[in-house]
Design a binder for this molecule. Structure first.
Ligand code: MN
Length: 499
């Protein structure tokens, strides 16, 4: 069995090598380096053999002469299906326009994309591995491409990894991307985290000792580790708390991994008898898991030398799941999984990932040509977010309830400052209209337009508010505060109409 599997993988490698012969990556390496790296990532995630083989072959249909039939003949239906899915997915992403196949007409490209994925969530996992390797080697691309790919990864793929509870992947993707999206901020925060950790090192060591001693005394088996916050999650948290570092309590966290759930609560009690817990910061994600299935106890305590430390307590299984998420459940269920795919059943997923089941069922119904009310499909992938599109098909994510001006300022302040109107899905609309999931938004600008203070009521994102306030301040200055020295009259900024 084992030998047969490695024979198949070997065969796939040879097939891919031959197909990509003579192709090179932007890094200068021969192309095969990339599919092999994707294979390695999928292996590390513990994915099943079909997924690994499909990972090796994932770029062959799009980029080489190999045909899907060749793959089907050699590796069977399941591998061919996965490769086909990844190919469609990347074609769909090029402009997010046509996933035609069996999909009904819906304006929501993201939903279409998700339904296309719903056939087999392993397609998405291969795509995530593909994207991760591309991010790791992003430095070889020209700067504008770097930014574009990094931004998309930050806005679409890292949240997807989070939604699948693939914690390690989310952190790596987010930080790799953020470094390209905002290099200055990235380095600033990275330094800040390093400095903080250095200063906290000594007292953390002491806390670890105290905790270890207390747990040993109770004869509890445990593993203790520190966890460092990712740069991007610190950035997001600071944005939420008006850049106030004093509000960030989890820069360093202590992680305690134990054997079972009962012990988790026991350890929580012991921690609270050692240190004072902070009010309102005890979170029981074991009894009430996060939407992505994440489970753990969190508490923030004040230590004897007045340090604030977050403590996370969980079982080994929960820990594994928090780091590898959906991939971990594939690992545990590989046998069952293969079986249920064969039978067309979808019962292998953890209950917390029911949205995937729903997605798969919907996709299956669509394939059979049955009618499906897409509005009833609750893909709560991003419960608090909507995705809208520029006329070119670029995805912009915004919080629910966002208005056209939020969108305009997200594109560029030059666009925001000169808005004269908006077209939503091709029709003229107005600036009070809440944007909805999947809308195609076209901002109309004029260089004679100036920012209006009344716009403040038509904006909900802090980002847009900040930009508008800055613009108002600038354009107000000459009239509100005339000075002795004659000031140069502010030239209206030039801007191209709709971008
Ligand atoms: Mn690829």
């Amino acid at each position: 069995m084992k030998d047969k599997d490695s024979d198949r993988i070997q065969k796939a490698i040879e097939m891919a090598k031959e197909a990509h012969e003579g192709q090179f990556r932007k890094t200068g390496e021969s192309y095969i380096v990339h599919p092999l790296a994707v294979k390695k990532i999928l292996e590390e995630w513990g994915m099943d053999k079909d997924t690994i083989i499909a990972g090796v072959l994932h770029d062959t249909i799009e980029d080489t002469d190999l045909r899907l039939d060749d793959i089907k003949k050699e590796f069977g239906e399941s591998v061919a299906f996965l490769v086909d899915g990844v190919t469609k997915l990347s074609t769909a992403r090029n402009g997010m326009r046509d996933i035609d196949t069996y999909l009904p007409a819906t304006k929501d490209n993201f939903l279409r994309l998700m339904i296309a994925l719903g056939d087999d969530i392993r397609v998405l996992i291969i795509k995530l591995a593909d994207r991760l390797h591309n991010l790791r080697t992003l430095s070889a691309l020209p700067p504008d491409k770097q930014k574009k790919i990094a931004k998309e990864s930050l806005e679409v793929f890292a949240p997807l990894a989070d939604r699948l509870n693939m914690g390690l992947l989310r952190v790596e993707m987010a930080d790799l991307s953020f470094k390209y999206v905002d290099p200055k901020r990235f380095n600033e925060l990275k330094d800040l985290i390093e400095k903080y950790n250095k200063s906290a090192e000594k007292s953390l060591g002491k806390i670890e000792q105290e905790v270890s001693a207390a747990l040993k005394k109770e004869k509890i088996k445990f593993t203790l580790s520190g966890r460092v916050k990712s740069v991007y999650s610190l950035h997001k948290k600071l944005a939420k708390h008006n850049q106030n570092m004093g509000e960030i309590y989890d820069l360093t966290a202590l992680r305690i991994i134990v054997d079972d759930v009962t012990t988790c609560y026991l350890v929580l009690g012991i921690i609270h008898s050692l240190y004072t817990p902070m009010n309102g910061r005890i979170k029981d994600y074991i009894a009430m898991p996060k939407q992505n299935g994440y489970q753990s106890l969190h508490t923030t305590v004040i230590t004897k030398d007045k340090r604030i430390v977050e403590v996370q307590i969980r079982t080994r299984e929960m820990h594994e799941y928090a780091e590898r998420g959906l991939a971990a459940s594939f690992y545990y269920n590989e046998q069952k999984l293969t079986e249920s795919y064969k039978k067309g059943k979808i019962e292998h997923l953890p209950t917390n990932l029911l949205w995937i089941t729903e997605l798969q069922m919907t996709a299956a119904r669509l394939r059979e040509g049955k009618k499906v009310d897409l509005k009833k499909l609750k893909i709560n992938l991003f419960a608090d977010k909507i995705f809208v599109y520029t006329p070119k098909g670029d995805i912009i994510d915004l919080p629910k309830g966002a208005l056209p001006l939020d969108f305009a300022y997200r594109l560029h302040s030059e666009i925001g400052d000169h808005v004269v109107g908006v077209k939503i899905n091709g029709k003229m609309s107005n600036l009070n209209k809440k944007l909805e999931q999947g809308d195609i938004v076209e901002i109309l600008t004029s260089k004679n337009q100036t920012p209006k203070s009344s716009w403040l009521d038509r904006i909900i994102t802090p980002h847009a508010r900040q930009k508008l306030l800055r613009a108002l301040n600038l354009s107000a200055r000459p009239t509100i505060a005339p000075t002795d020295k004659p000031k140069k009259k502010r030239k209206p900024r030039t801007t191209s109409t709709t971008k």
